[in-house]
Design a protein around this ligand. Structure first.
Ligand SMILES: NC(=O)c1ccc[n+]([C@@H]2O[C@H](COP(=O)([O-])OP(=O)(O)OC[C@H]3O[C@@H](n4cnc5c(N)ncnc54)[C@H](O)[C@@H]3O)[C@@H](O)[C@H]2O)c1
Length: 251
């Protein structure tokens, strides 16, 4: 699809990868709506790119429905959804020192990273079903989800986070199957380590240990490098139903 003039929704666009994606999509001519639970940074990120910000907790289905409807009222129906909202947790499932992993934070990570992603996919794609196709192939829209290499190879303490992201990877093919008849593609991106506030909460020793596992380059990625991949996925119709790793060969 040609991005110019299309409405796009970026969840988690107030910070990090989402903010980078929002900048790239806006640079390509999209009308960008940032949906984030963090209202002030969302508004300043939106202002920077001439977009709009709407408060949204992706783990709350009513909030998702309301925010997507709000974006539609202002910018028209979204043809692009990029699910960047996500949270991390680093805690072993059980240890002598800290006991069993508490259920509360476990549930929240799955609710935000997995259920939140699916809820946004459901409401955004529902809004696309009856839109005019954009081209003679019948394309109506694209859903792009941010998972993680942790879906395949999560380090110690990331069983819950890795499971939430593996769920997103696992949903990609059936989502694409459900939506293919409407001309809606679904692609997941699995990033390695990227330079964002979320990655900054990791201790330095673990960060360096993870970066040593990059083949090349041995640095954190930049949010715009994911933005560039998002732009390519939008523009390249043959990308569908798959998960693309962007991880400097992390192993
Ligand atoms: N940074 C990395 O190295 C890395 C690697 C792999 C995957 N990821 C994934 O990329 C995504 C973005 O991460 P980031 O590093 O940019 O993090 P970040 O903390 O910089 O940004 C995440 C954004 O999501 C928003 N958010 C969190 N929970 C939300 C909720 N319930 N509803 C709405 N918004 C919510 C936050 O307010 C924030 O603006 C996440 O899904 C993360 O798991 C990041």
């Amino acid at each position: 699809m040609k991005i110019e003039g299309l409405a796009a929704i970026v969840t988690g666009g107030a910070s990090g990868i989402g903010a980078g994606v929002a900048r790239v999509l806006s640079g390509a001519g999209a009308k960008v709506a940032i949906l984030d639970r963090n209202v002030e940074p969302a508004e300043s990120a939106a202002k920077e790119i001439g977009g709009i910000a709407l408060p949204c907790d992706v783990a709350d289905d009513a909030s998702v429905q309301q925010a997507i409807a709000g974006a539609r009222d202002i910018q028209g129906p979204a043809r692009i959804l990029v699910n960047c909202a996500g949270i991390d947790t680093a805690r072993k499932i059980a240890s002598r020192k800290s006991g069993a992993h508490a259920i509360g934070p476990m549930q929240r990570v799955v609710d935000v990273n997995l259920v939140g992603t699916l809820s946004c996919c459901a409401h955004a794609s529902h809004g696309m079903l009856d839109l005019e196709p954009l081209d003679e192939e019948g394309e109506r829209g694209v859903l792009i989800n941010i998972a993680s290499v942790a879906a395949f190879n999560a380090p110690n303490g990331q069983a819950v986070y890795g499971a939430s992201k593996a769920g997103v990877v696992g949903a990609t093919l059936p989502l694409a199957r459900d939506l293919a008849r409407y001309g809606i593609r679904v692609v997941t991106i699995a990033p390695g380590l990227f330079d964002t506030p979320l990655a900054g909460t990791m201790d330095e020793a673990l960060t360096n240990q993870l970066l040593r596992r990059n083949l090349f380059p041995k640095r954190k990625g930049r949010p715009e490098e994911i933005g560039a991949l998002v732009q390519h996925i939008c523009e390249n119709q043959m990308l569908n139903a798959s998960t693309i790793r962007i991880d400097a060969g992390f192993f």
